[in-house]
Design a protein around this ligand. Structure first.
Ligand code: ZN
Length: 104
């Protein structure tokens, strides 16, 4: 557990950052459309782009939550496929990795 406490801290910081960004995007999506037709078309295009970003954000938030859960229950750092240890260097580069470099 202590072995990964530094990574857990980094993940928590990243998670907070992502949640803040997701909230900003959601606020943006809730804005009523502009009355002007031309503006409306631009707004719609913007919203679609934001929804795409939102899905990516949500996906990363979910992955980080799962990684933190694995740190808590002691399965973090173990390859989900072969059960080998995932190297610390790999985890530092990609903290949400669930597979070792061989199985990735
Ligand atoms: Zn593996």
């Amino acid at each position: 557990m202590t072995e990964y406490s530094e990574l857990a801290d980094q993940l928590r910081v990243r998670l907070n950052d992502l949640i803040n960004r997701a909230e900003v995007i959601e606020d943006d999506l809730r804005h009523p459309l502009d009355k002007d037709w031309e503006e409306q078309a631009i707004d719609l295009a913007d919203d679609e782009a934001l929804e795409g970003v939102d899905a990516v954000l949500r996906n990363e938030i979910q992955q980080i939550r799962l990684a933190l859960l694995r740190i808590e229950n002691g399965t973090y750092g173990t390859c989900a496929k072969c059960g080998d240890e995932i190297g610390l260097e790999r985890l530092k580069a990609r903290p949400v990795a669930t597979r070792c470099i061989t199985c990735a």
